[in-house]
Write a protein that binds this ligand. Sequence first.
Ligand code: SF4
Length: 263
Amino acid sequence: MFDAPTISERDETPVDHAVRADAGYPSFDIGALAVLPPADRLVHLRDAIQGPIVFTHGFGIEGQLIFHWICERDLDIDVVTLDTGRLFPETYALWAETERRYGRRIRAVYPDRARLERMVARHGIDGFYDSKVARIACCDVRKVRPLGRALAGAKAWVTGLRKDQSPVRERAGLVGFDTSRGMLKINPLFDWTRDGVLDAIKANAIPISPLHARGFASIGCAPCTRAIAPGEPERNGRWWWENDGHKECGLHLPRSARRAEGR
Ligand code: SF4
């Protein structure tokens, strides 16, 4: 995930207190956050943080649940999605359905046109299948750089990461400090299971992508996502032709790791 100190209730250290104070969150109480149900964690966060909070929504089951809680509690959290231009038609349909259901607009952030044109001219429209370099370049232009704009000026970043999604994500912690972006990163569903999320989705009749019923566990860009077999790790459906790594596009990697991969 990222190398920054993880300040969950399990491994909070004096160093983490210093990081937190230096970053301007001296009174943010991680222990109090940890014992709350996830929906109340969002309320606690909003009350504790002075300044903008951004939730990046990818229309997966975790995101739909978090968005439901944000709307239900009318929280002043900026909900943003990164429209890569390569999403599934089902994702765009869910996006529209979700806005209709909750009566709330989700802010879309797009790739920089000039960078996108240069990347496609160099690698081709589907160049990501040909090399890791091309795949990283595509994720960089379509996701990582737009994320930087989405988070500009934020004091905290909310994501839908869960620890049981992958060994990489297990290291994220409930709360971390993203040193490369200089902000708190909160994963309110970090200690929830997929089944727990699905139960809450069902109980609240929250719309989700029809792709889940077709075996898509983790849904990203259409050309880079496939269905998985029962029991297969959730992230195996992403960039399945790459067998060397962490199944992450760079959004949740520290700058050092992105640099090591040539981003
Ligand atoms: Fe490009 Fe695939 Fe990354 Fe989407 S997931 S930005 S299409 S390489």
